[in-house]
Design a binder for this molecule. Structure first.
Ligand code: AHG
Ligand code: MN
Ligand code: MN
Length: 335
């Protein structure tokens, strides 16, 4: 029987063979994986663990926080504070950046995360997840400021997510393709289950919250109308639709069998560029998708090229199978 490759072994070999992971980054990824394991256990206990329901507080984005949003945020902070690999963290659930306390050694990396993605699905026992992104702290000054985090997604040195579904799966890139690891609960470790993940360039499956249709811009309406017209329409084929309302789960399906995911700008809150967050959701997912041969844009530009102006910035998102993302992006420029 083929030997199982644990996440630890995979990372050690990447460090040794490709030299693509410095030791501190390897440690960071192991710590994030450990935190995800612990969040997975909490999710798994559900009502028995008293983790369901609202925390009755609001985050900086004005969203009501669930208990698990807060628990997951705390797990990630506590796990990452003391290892010496980080300088600071930023989270969807915290107003401002979290510096590593001065009693611990300071590292050279910055960690950003959406501790619990898909919050509306927690209480209904549907897949949710954690999304993370790693940047290097600029080394031209001592200390850390919020401005140090404002780097384009193309500067990420690692990105990934963990989906808490029927099984718990960690998906990772360090810029050398995408690998998937499944949590072996008996052993308590993540085991490599797929390497070189590839998204097919074409698809017959789209994901968008259709209830917002009347608020969309013309290019998005055109794209979806053409999908809905099926075989008899300009696309000449029937499309299927999925919308889990957990970006992690929707992106996981796309990395597994292709598809396009869209959360466009819409007229409900015209002053916001979109619903999803550039730094915690769009950037890490865009890099994973590109590393798997797909594409990711905001309708006009490549997401990874966007220069963030603020930490909690929002963005429109079109990502997944390359030809479909290029098509809907083309519609935005009048093609
Ligand atoms: P979060 O739970 O971190 O706030 O993110 C939820 C996001 C994303 O996961 C999902 O794709 C989208 O919101 C769902 O939005 P709708 O409820 O508007 O469909
Ligand atoms: Mn989210
Ligand atoms: Mn969240």
């Amino acid at each position: 029987m083929a030997q199982k490759v644990s996440l630890t072994r995979y990372l050690v070999e990447q460090q040794r063979v490709d030299g693509s992971i410095p030791a501190q980054l390897r440690l960071l990824l192991e710590v994030v994986a450990r935190a995800c394991k612990s969040i997975s256990m909490a999710v798994n206990k559900g009502a028995l663990g008293g983790v369901l329901g609202s925390a009755e507080s609001e985050n900086v984005q004005g969203e009501v926080q669930k208990k698990l949003d807060i628990i997951s945020n705390e797990v990630l902070i506590e796990a990452n504070e003391w290892g010496g690999h980080l300088a600071a963290m930023a989270s969807e659930e915290m107003d401002s950046i979290h510096l590593v306390p001065s009693r611990y050694p300071q590292g050279e990396y910055l960690l950003l995360f959406d501790p619990l993605d898909g919050s509306s699905n927690i209480d209904v026992n549907v897949s949710i997840g954690t999304i993370f992104s790693v940047l290097k702290k600029p080394d031209d000054h001592p200390g850390v400021q919020e401005a140090d985090f404002l780097q384009a997604g193309a500067k990420q040195v690692a990105a990934g997510y963990c989906v808490y579904g029927p099984s718990t799966t960690l998906v990772l890139t360090v810029g050398d393709g995408v690998a998937m690891f499944t949590l072996d609960r008996e052993q308590g470790s993540f085991v490599l289950t797929q390497e070189n993940v590839q998204i097919p360039a074409d698809t017959k499956e789209f994901a968008i919250n259709m209830s917002n249709m009347r608020h969309w811009d013309a290019p998005v309406k055109r794209y979806v109308d053409e999908c809905l017209a099926g075989k008899d329409g300009p696309r000449g084929k029937d499309f299927n639709m999925r919308w889990i309302a957990s970006m992690v789960a929707d992106v996981h399906r796309i990395l597994t069998r292709g598809g396009i995911f869209m959360y466009p700008w819409d007229k409900r809150e015209p002053e916001k560029a979109g619903k999803l967050r550039l730094m915690y959701e769009a950037n890490p997912m865009a890099w994973l998708v590109e590393q798997a041969g797909g594409a990711a844009t905001n309708g006009r530009q490549r997401i990874l090229d966007l220069q963030p102006a603020k930490l909690h910035e929002r963005v429109a998102v079109f990502l997944g199978s390359k030809n479909e993302v290029e098509r809907v992006t083309g519609y935005h420029s009048g093609a």
